[in-house]
Design a binder for this molecule. Structure first.
Ligand SMILES: [Zn+2]
Length: 451
């Protein structure tokens, strides 16, 4: 749901992209009651509600040429043991026909599946990798090999839509973002807020594709990204998983084991892919993206082993977060209502991804403050200047307050992700932080969104 609220001299305009305006209206009412409109708007101010379908926010994604597109094992960060295991299975001729690559977002599981398929199909396999130059490899690098098929969640406009309908967007998205996430993919599909899934038409398409003989390679490969989105239609695929055509390989690439149909889970060979380590992310940012040690360390720390997140953060100015965050806490501690409003405007204009990273920075910073307060300073990762501020913060805040602030920041992150109005959100969280820091009131339960 997207909506926007403009506070002008004496009226409020609420522009909502969906029919449901009750949620933003409820928030609005709450702010009017708290009367933080700088005295310009009050309980009797008129509220104009407009519907506007085209108001959605977009992730600003990177252009193709700024991404490194790994199709070979050597281009994929870390995961040495998995790569070796996959190559061994090919060289020892024991490729299981249905495999489930299970790894968290940003671990490289999709890229690994593609590199594995490329290796399997390569006409001149090297001990460490596919050759990268044979006719098969060259077709793989463009994702245009006739024996390579993809299936993925999409937002069907017609009931007959299948993955093939979106294959151009898919190639573009994966080549630009081998560490693709559903969020980034959604952006390529211009999907607004529709529900992604893999429909029954697509399941029939998969069965059809897998029943054909390979054209050029020994193997025909189908990579199904995010089988979590199969719903029960996925049961149509059981027969083909159980009794495959000879020389077909079915690779499922998933993030959440709990959300996969058990019937599918029990029929596939599981390959668990761990998230990347702090140093793997950091070194990659230094080597491939020319980041300084400090900048790379900060992003690696915030990304928590998720390279997809790390690469998005790279595009944003994470260096300014510390000052911004501390300034915000100072304003809240001083209960400076009039100064907070322009500050909130500034935060609201940052854009969704930037806001999420800023909030994530806040949560990490508060966590470091907690470590200091708990006497575990030796575990703190902060650069010198930030450490100094964190030490000062511990004089004005105790652990329950820090935890309460952290919880508020996490809630805000959740709502930013779901397209809530940033002005209202940041104003609301500012009020909560004022209450916590200045008036030492710890919020109880879920009063954040009033009913
Ligand atoms: Zn090759």
């Amino acid at each position: 749901m997207g909506y926007e609220i403009n506070i002008s001299k004496d009226k409020l305009i609420l522009v909502s992209s969906s029919a449901n305006v009750f949620y933003p209206l409820r928030l609005l009412r709450r702010h009017l009651l708290l009367n933080l409109g700088g005295g310009r708007v009050g309980l009797n101010s008129p509220i104009f509600v407009k519907n506007h379908r085209s108001l959605t926010s977009h992730i600003s994604h990177l252009k193709s040429n700024s991404y490194f597109a790994p199709m070979q094992f050597k281009d994929i960060v870390g995961q040495a043991a998995i790569k070796q295991r996959l190559m061994n299975s090919v060289n020892e001729n024991r490729v299981s026909h249905a495999q489930l690559f299970l790894g968290p977002e940003g671990s490289g599981s999709l890229a690994l599946a593609v590199a594995y398929a490329q290796y399997l199909s390569c006409e001149d396999k090297q001990p460490e990798d596919s050759c990268g130059v044979c006719s098969s490899c060259r077709k793989y690098q463009k994702l245009m090999h006739p024996d390579l098929h993809f299936s993925y969640p999409f937002f069907a406009k017609h009931k007959d839509d299948t993955s093939l309908t979106f294959i151009e967007q898919w190639r573009e998205a994966f080549i630009a973002h081998p560490y693709l996430s559903l969020d980034i993919w959604r952006d390529y599909l211009d999907a607004e807020n529709k529900q992604a899934n893999i429909n029954i038409a697509e399941c029939h398409q998969i069965i059809k594709k897998l029943s054909l003989k390979p054209f050029e390679s020994t193997y025909k490969v189908l990579i199904l990204w995010l089988p979590e989105y199969l719903d029960k239609e996925g049961n149509a695929l059981l027969k083909i998983i159980e009794e495959p055509q000879p020389n077909t390989l079915f690779l499922l690439v998933a993030q959440n084991q709990d959300q996969i149909l058990n019937t599918i889970l029990s029929r596939t060979q599981l390959i668990k892919i761990p998230s990347l380590g702090y140093n793997e992310v950091k070194d990659h940012l230094v080597e491939k993206y020319n980041q300084t040690e400090d900048a790379a360390a900060q992003i690696a720390y915030l990304s928590n082993g998720n390279l997809t997140d790390a690469l998005i953060m790279l595009q944003q100015d994470t260096k300014g977060y510390h000052k911004l965050f501390v300034d915000w806490l100072r304003l809240c501690f001083g209960n400076k209502g009039l100064e907070i409003l322009p500050f909130v405007d500034q935060l609201a204009k940052m854009g969704r991804e930037n806001q999420k990273n800023f909030l994530r920075y806040g949560v990490s910073f508060i966590r470091e403050c907690c470590l200091l307060m708990a006497g575990a300073g030796n575990l703190v990762h902060l650069p010198a200047q930030e450490l100094e501020t964190a030490q000062k913060m511990t004089n004005v805040m105790n652990i329950p307050q820090a935890q309460a602030i952290s919880a508020e920041l996490e809630k805000t992150h959740y709502h930013v992700e779901r397209n809530a109005n940033p002005k209202i959100l940041f104003l609301d969280v500012s009020l909560q932080i004022i209450k916590i820091l200045k008036f030492k009131t710890i919020p109880q339960g879920t009063q954040y969104i009033p009913n």
